[in-house]
Design a protein around this ligand. Sequence first.
Ligand SMILES: Nc1ncnc2c1ncn2[C@@H]1O[C@H](COP(=O)(O)OP(=O)(O)OP(=O)(O)O)[C@@H](O)[C@H]1O
Length: 364
Amino acid sequence: MTSIISARGLSKHFSGPGKTTVVAVDDLTMDIEPGTLTAFLGPNGAGKSTSLRMLTTLLEPTGGTARVCGYDVAEQPAQVRASIGYIGQKNGAGQYYRVRDELLSQGALYGLGRVERRRRVDELIDVLDLGEVAKRPTMKLSGGQRRRVDIALGLIPTPRLLFLDEPSTGLDPQSRAHLWEHILALRERYEMTLVLTTHYLDEADQFAERVMVVDHGRIIADDTAPRLKAELAGDRLTLTVTGDATGAVQVLRRAAEDSGTADAAVVTTPVPEGTRLVAAVNHGDRVLPGLLAALREGGSDVVAVELDRPTLDDVFLTLTGRSLREDRHDVPAPGEEVVDGAAAGPPASPTTSPTTSQTSGARS
Ligand SMILES: Nc1ncnc2c1ncn2[C@@H]1O[C@H](COP(=O)(O)OP(=O)(O)OP(=O)(O)O)[C@@H](O)[C@H]1O
């Protein structure tokens, strides 16, 4: 199948403080198949937005090449922009305009005729569940509703490929879940390819078919979430045993080694009932029955068992020695203002700017 995105050695360097260079993206090489949902997952400053901004032609790469929807991002930016949608991190709808009017203006900007424009806007209002707020000015909407208006703006020209930069950041869990329902429904309805960035481990885990883990500008892992978890982070098995735990430690260590885990160390902690033993094992569900039988045979008395499945955070921890959760802190990139709901007009023209709901000035 022909890739809808194909990047080779894409990189972006910025000038940092003094005479330093910030390598924001380093040698990004990947192919993305049409119809897939890919998530770039990584901590603040990992290079996720910069990657998206190069692929959407908002930033000129320092090196490397990329083709998006069959067009070269450097040589044919107008064609790339006409084929994609891009929803940036900031809210883009004009604060004082009513939602429906804002969407209609975007339709006019993209050259849709009056009838087609209305049809498209009404369809998006319906699909994105904006009917109740369609006559309200954007500034009177909740964060989740505004994000849905942003997405509607980005979808006016029916792009085949939609880029979303942190679509749900800052929303409460209920609004996030609601927004995701819409994103998934839109994907199905318009058969779009989606590429998004996120800090949320659960979102990448649950919704993306492919997770690209990014750290310090590089892709450090790229696979489905189940495979990343199975291959890079074992299950965590916790046993509580009474009496002398020496034999149980040996049995557990052997089981962990046999399961092929990268680190078969057993951590022991005294607890009121006896000793708690913790080890990483691969395929804990399959290991557990045999392990319990071996412990019983060896005379160990197991009083409690817990099996924790790995998360993508465990994957990140294995790869980097750091937790994504600890890395998370909301800081703006240099040169970026923190403006909640910053008003930004629609793109200057459909051929000079991508379908964006964000001010499209490059950061470089
Ligand atoms: N215009 C700029 N000038 C200098 N450095 C920049 C600029 N834009 C981004 N950077 C730096 O490039 C690196 C990658 O930034 P980027 O915004 O791509 O990260 P990110 O993974 O999207 O982070 P976040 O999750 O916070 O949005 C960071 O070190 C950032 O500070």
